[in-house]
Design a protein around this ligand. Structure first.
Ligand SMILES: Cc1cc2nc3c(=O)[nH]c(=O)nc-3n(C[C@H](O)[C@H](O)[C@H](O)COP(=O)(O)OP(=O)(O)OC[C@H]3O[C@@H](n4cnc5c(N)ncnc54)[C@H](O)[C@@H]3O)c2cc1C
Length: 422
């Protein structure tokens, strides 16, 4: 039986380990924390959202970013201090703008394919993750935003997604708790929400039942290869130990870039910070006043999920500030204010703030496939849609590992999903 190491126990690593185990590989998963899903896969927006497949590589993102540069409460914030990493990332981001349409369509297609795997795995393994299949409603306060959404809808439709324009009256019928006045909305019935941390933990347990060795508290210090096999060196307290595998899949979130560099691969992930608040709905009035349908406010770039009966998650903002995980009060405040404005009946007495780093590729497509060495693989760089896309990219990379351990074709360096297309 071929042995595979998976580096990282977030949503991408755990889904990859599970998909590989289902194909009969002997899998060892390395995670530096004591539990699965303790970094970016801990408290994200919760949306399984094909309707959010629009990539950000559009001139309007650059224009908005410049406008917001000097506002602390802006949805997008760039620390102006230059670094080679940041500059190279933005140069590649701009170079990807001509592929905006193609990449949006491709992302929608992947997001739709991901649903079937994820729902099937959850049902098969009996994972309770507060799944809600009540759709996602995009809301717009002005005509310009609504009209842009119409153009995005046409691209999403090319990827196979159906979403329909709704009037303010229809919006009220879909989610009666939403306060404020709106120009219109777009509703995607087929989208869903769920708790990423609960799902990842549940799937890690299911993977262990399938025979995956989940090694927690193991900090991978190096991945090396002689071209045929992969050697993983871990630090566990004061001890370091090495073990060798037939292959390794890097799923280390924002740490993937450094691991890839050590292997001669360029995976130009930038850590794009986002924040969430989890509002504990401790009283009956708040539970009644909080939305059930998931929302995406395109102007403020905030997303919401109702997790179970008694939690309401609001997440968003994008901050380019290196590997900085600080939870800033001035970035959390706009999220709480947004709840007060849109859902005035919800008490914000008990709010849990969180910050996480999106592992973002400049072209906004995840890196899924082989590295330079025949035994090294990547499933990483899922950016703002890692929860949505994880199940399909895990299945894809498991297929590539399956093929590659007996084949010689290598992933083109710098190509993202290209080698994976059917
Ligand atoms: C505010 C916010 C809201 C979001 N909302 C949504 C949403 O609504 N829908 C959606 O689809 N996506 C959303 N996302 C994006 C999504 O959460 C991420 O894309 C996804 O969680 C990334 O998963 P990952 O496995 O790549 O990374 P991570 O979850 O960070 O996992 C990487 C793991 O690798 C481990 N690791 C790293 N280096 C090593 C090492 N050397 N040795 C051992 N272990 C190592 C880390 O400890 C970590 O556990 C959101 C993100 C943010 C920040």
């Amino acid at each position: 039986m071929k042995t595979i190491a998976v580096i990282g126990g977030g949503i991408t690593g755990v889904t990859t380990a599970y998909a590989l185990a289902r194909r009969g590989f002997s899998v060892t998963l390395f995670e530096r924390h004591r539990y699965a899903a303790m970094e970016t896969s801990f408290a994200n927006g919760g949306q399984l959202s094909a309707s959010n497949a629009e990539v950000w590589t559009h001139w309007s993102t650059i224009v908005k970013g410049m406008k917001w540069m000097l506002r602390n409460d802006a949805p997008l914030l760039v620390n102006p201090r230059p670094s080679w990493h940041k500059l190279s990332w933005f140069a590649e981001f701009i170079a990807s703008i001509p592929h905006y349409r193609r990449n949006t369509i491709e992302t929608a297609r992947l997001a739709i394919a991901a649903r079937e795997h994820l729902f099937a795995w959850a049902a098969q393994e009996g994972i309770d993750f507060d799944l809600k299949r009540a759709g996602i409603l995009h809301i717009y306060r002005d005509r310009a935003g609504f009209e842009h959404a119409g153009r995005v809808s046409a691209l999403l439709a090319q990827g196979g997604l159906e979403r329909r324009a709704v009037t303010p009256q229809e919006m009220r019928a879909i989610e009666p708790t939403l306060a404020g006045s709106y120009y219109g909305g777009y509703f995607t019935e087929s989208d869903a929400t769920g708790d990423i941390h609960k799902f990842t933990s549940g799937l890690a347990a299911a993977a262990a039942r399938l025979g995956v060795r989940c090694l927690y508290g193991q900090d991978v210090r190096a991945v090396k290869t002689d071209g045929r096999r992969a050697t993983i060196t871990v630090q566990d307290g004061n001890d370091s130990a090495s073990s060798t595998f037939d292959g390794a899949v890097i799923c280390a979130g924002t740490a993937s870039r450094a691991l890839a560099a050590g292997l001669g691969d360029r995976v130009n992930i930038y850590p794009v910070k986002g924040y969430s608040i989890t509002v504990n709905l401790t009283d009956e009035a708040s539970r009644a006043a909080a939305p059930v349908v998931s929302l995406l406010d395109d102007e403020t770039k905030l997303v919401t999920s109702r997790l179970g009966d008694d939690r309401f998650r609001v997440a968003g903002t994008a901050e380019f500030n290196g590997t900085n995980r600080d939870i800033r009060a001035d970035r959390i405040r706009p999220l709480v204010d947004w709840v007060q404005q849109c859902f005035p009946g919800v008490s914000t007495r008990s709010v849990v703030p969180w910050a996480g780093l999106r592992p973002m590729m400049p072209d906004m497509l995840p890196r899924v496939g082989r590295g330079r060495a025949a035994c090294i693989f990547y499933n990483t760089g899922h950016g703002h849609l890692g929860w949505t896309l994880s199940a399909v990219t895990a299945d894809m990379v498991a297929g590539v590992v399956d093929q590659a351990l007996g084949s010689a074709a290598a992933m083109v360096p710098g190509a993202a999903l290209t080698p994976m297309r059917a």
